[in-house]
Design a protein around this ligand. Structure first.
Ligand code: TXA
Ligand code: MG
Length: 359
């Protein structure tokens, strides 16, 4: 254990001395948490194997799960990846800076093999958050950064979440306030025929990708296969997708149903039964249905079904709030899988360990 420095930074004042201190730490092999427009990341110089190993140790992350490399300037690509095709260029132009991660052929030796977990590709993203951009630019490093949570826990959307998970395990935290999107970036790979494969749904939606690419597909078979048999079959293309993720400590289940009143009745019946066994219970619901639930102190409202962006922003904090209250059983409503709703349902489903019922 060591002391973790906490530095508050003002995103509008890029010349604060905290940025200089954090950038120096990165250059010297330290590990620093910082806000991005998706979630907080835990950064290290991607070229420095011992620094990258400290990330895996601090998070308790399986070593076969590669990291995303963050850049602040498109010029950094030359020293990271092999020449890329016109579609990759168009996607970068449209979505960078922003919540899109593109898996590209890595320039051999450009980053530590611990970053790529031995793959011949590297996942690259240029974040939009001014604090992230300033830190990366000042450090002069390609910055490898997974989400700044203990492995398996919900990603952090505020510095307080990073402190909860990693205090004493990392060198510093730049506190730049709440992250934006609230869910991680969309991870894509481009096939030889220019089909864009979504390996992880996220802040950039399939609908948005279709404005640039003619064909967009989800690699869901990959995800499902990896989850059913984590050790068998072909390796998942985005290795992180096979692990239990984003999960609160309590056991969660998704409750699907067309009739919100029936869904609410089911959840409340199940909750009463669990309570009679002495368990603490919680329910995650959308604003439009909140009045269907009697026991309001158990209910966490995720946001409006008509503003799923807001629900995405509050999901991880909501999951953490159940942990803070020692909740052991959680039931969650579902939402339509359109736009950001796809990423939201992906994370909800993973947080629930893919337990779901239909009423
Ligand atoms: O929004 C985000 O992407 C955040 C912020 C901090 O940028 N980062 C993040 O990192 O979510 P992490 O480590 O929690 O998730 C990285 C994902 C994992 O699913 C990993 O398997 C996948 O990206 N990935 C990384 N490198 C890859 C590669 N070469 N090929 C396929 N998937 C890769
Ligand atoms: Mg993560």
């Amino acid at each position: 254990m060591s002391v973790t420095q906490l530095w508050r930074v003002d995103a509008d004042k890029p010349d604060g001395e905290q940025y200089g201190k954090a950038a120096r730490l990165l250059k010297e092999g330290g590990i620093v948490a910082f806000p991005t427009e998706t979630v907080y990341g835990l950064g290290a110089d991607a070229r420095n194997t011992s620094a990258v190993e400290r990330i895996f140790a601090a998070k308790g992350r399986p070593s076969d799960n590669p990291l995303i490399v963050h850049i602040a300037d498109i010029k950094q690509l030359d020293s990271l990846i092999l020449p890329y095709g016109p579609l990759a260029g168009k996607l970068m132009k449209r979505f960078w800076p922003g919540p899109l991660t593109i898996v590209l052929p890595v320039l051999p030796g450009a980053v530590s093999p611990r970053v790529t977990a031995g793959l011949d590709t590297v996942a690259v993203r240029m974040p939009e958050h001014p604090v992230a951009r300033q830190l990366i630019a000042l450090s002069g490093c390609p910055v490898a950064a997974p989400s700044a949570n203990r492995s398996g826990r919900p990603s952090p959307t505020a510095a307080a979440h990073v402190i909860d998970d990693l205090d004493g395990r990392i060198d510093a935290i730049l506190d730049g306030g709440a992250a934006g999107v609230g869910l991680e970036s969309t991870v894509i790979q481009i096939k030889d025929d220019d089909t864009v494969t979504i390996l992880r749904p996220g802040g950039v939606t399939a609908e948005e990708l279709l404005q640039i690419a003619a064909n967009v597909e989800y690699d869901l078979e990959n995800e499902a296969a990896a989850l059913v048999q984590p050790t068998a079959g072909r390796a998942p293309r985005s290795p992180g997708m096979k692990y239990a993720h984003y999960a609160p400590r309590g056991e969660m289940a998704l409750v699907h149903g067309l009739d919100a009143a029936e869904v609410a009745a089911y959840m409340q019946r199940e909750a009463r039964q669990a309570q009679s066994r002495g368990e603490r219970t919680g329910m995650l619901v959308f604003a439009e249905h909140a009045n269907l639930y009697e026991n309001r102190e158990q209910v966490v409202v995720l946001g409006s079904l008509f503003k799923l962006e807001e629900a995405a922003q509050s999901l991880y904090a909501a999951l953490r709030s159940f942990d803070d209250r020692g909740v052991q059983r959680i039931w969650a409503e579902t939402c339509p899988e359109t736009g950001i709703g796809h990423a939201l349902m992906n994370r909800l489903s993973k947080a629930a360990g893919h337990r779901s019922v239909h009423v």
